[in-house]
Ligand binder design. Structure first.
Ligand SMILES: N[C@@H](CCC(=O)N[C@@H](CS)C(=O)NCC(=O)O)C(=O)O
Length: 161
């Protein structure tokens, strides 16, 4: 999909790992959000230290959208929402919808529909559930059926092409 500005967003990350798009959960968060919102983007992998020096805050992820460069995953999501609209319609959730969603069994973190919180959650949880090594933390995460099925739901919906 081409954005209204005719361009394609570049998302700067490190490199893929464990069959996941990136070894950084913060990069995964933005990768997932861009997929969820169906914005056209390209994930650019880190090649050398020089790429790190181009990062506006010295950290990844950052994005380039035309002339604009935005760093920090929270600022990136705010920028994308402001520029391309509330594509997940998450701002239409009322405080009581949010409270109700938190008190019930639900497919996504805020209820029936996925929000940017799911991009963040999946970015971090996928590294625990799918990482190809054992640690006390990922073994513990893998022991929760609900976390495993949540990651499967997100992966199937946004990463199975
Ligand atoms: N608050 C930042 C955190 C990003 C972050 O910590 N990135 C790490 C990789 S996961 C990084 O680039 N570290 C390089 C460094 O600190 O030199 C965000 O949400 O994007």
């Amino acid at each position: 999909m081409t954005q209204d500005n005719g361009g394609i967003i570049k998302l700067y990350g490190f490199s893929p790992a464990w069959s996941l798009p990136d070894c950084s959960p913060f990069v995964m968060k933005i990768d997932c959000y861009l997929r969820m919102t169906r914005l056209q983007y390209e994930l650019v992998h880190w090649q050398s230290l020089r790429d790190m020096q181009r990062a506006p805050k010295g950290k990844l992820p950052w994005i380039e959208d035309g002339e604009k460069k935005i760093a920090d995953s929270d600022f990136i999501i705010s920028y994308l929402q402001k520029t391309y609209g509330d594509r997940l319609e998450e701002n239409s959730l009322s405080p009581s919808d949010r409270a109700a969603a938190l008190s019930m069994r639900r497919p996504y973190f805020m209820g029936r529909v996925p929000t940017s919180l799911d991009a963040a959650m999946y970015g971090f949880l996928a590294h625990l559930i799918y990482a190809d090594y054992e640690s006390p933390l990922n073994s513990h995460a893998k022991s929760f059926v609900n976390l495993r099925s949540y990651c499967e739901r997100m992966r199937t919906r946004y990463y199975d092409s």
